[in-house]
Design a protein around this ligand. Structure first.
Ligand SMILES: [Zn+2]
Length: 232
């Protein structure tokens, strides 16, 4: 069968690029669930799109890569357009509605394994019309994956990107620990995980200028993920 993926083939998983050179990837996840949409509708939450992060990255001309959920794109088409229109930004896939792809992933409800590929394919279809620097990079919600999930996604030709530097920005209440978490662990080839979700990651924009300054001091230069992974 032409184009078929042999059974047992798994989507590749990467944490970082080569440890040579001076490039690092800043990645921002854009989570969106039905519960988050309900919070927006009820007025409990003002925004899950942190525009101050985009303002800063644009002003300083810093490259970044955004892992978008389909539901976030649908809720924030103008912000998605703004990301896609920036030649320094890459677009990647973070599932359609941020459900878990394994049965044991924090408190996220899990998708059945036979729906995983369809979920990711649907998300690519939602992102694609925005153009810009489209990629086949994919990140699992909560970074949770197992052999079954990786096998399910193999036919899509995605590269799973976990990352090697966890900022810990979800539900942070202070910015300094984020700066320390990043700068203590970042090195050439690193992939830094942050969030652009505002209400659920309220300190990220405050931490970011300090992170950028710390990277400069260490001689590390932010680059699009494809360049950090050596695939550009
Ligand atoms: Zn996420």
């Amino acid at each position: 069968m032409p184009g078929a993926t042999p059974t047992g083939t798994r989507a590749p998983v990467v944490n970082n690029g080569p440890r040579t050179g001076n490039k690092v990837a800043l990645t921002f996840d854009a989570d969106m669930t039905d519960a988050m949409l309900a919070s927006l509708r009820a007025g409990r939450v003002k925004s899950y799109a942190n525009l101050r992060i985009l303002d800063l990255l644009e002003r300083e001309q810093v490259p970044a890569t955004f892992f978008l959920t389909g539901k976030w794109v649908r809720r924030y088409p103008d912000v998605t357009r703004r990301i896609a229109d920036n030649p320094r930004f890459e677009l990647a896939n973070h599932t359609y509605g941020h459900a878990a792809f394994t049965t044991d992933c924090y408190d996220l409800p899990a998708l059945p394994v036979d729906e995983l590929a369809r979920d990711v394919a649907k998300t690519f279809e939602v992102i694609k019309p925005y153009g810009g620097r489209q990629t086949r990079y994919f990140r699992f919600p909560g970074l949770c994956h197992d052999a079954a999930a990786l096998e399910a996604l193999a036919p899509l030709g995605v590269t799973v990107v976990d990352g090697d530097v966890v900022s810990g920005d979800p539900f942070a209440t202070a910015w300094k620990p984020l700066v320390r978490a990043v700068l203590d662990h970042v090195r050439p080839g690193s992939v830094v995980i942050m969030h652009v979700t505002e209400a659920n990651a309220a300190m990220t924009d405050e931490a970011l200028p300090h992170i950028l300054a710390g990277l400069r001091k260490r001689g590390l230069v932010p680059a699009p993920l494809s360049e950090v992974l050596g695939e550009a």
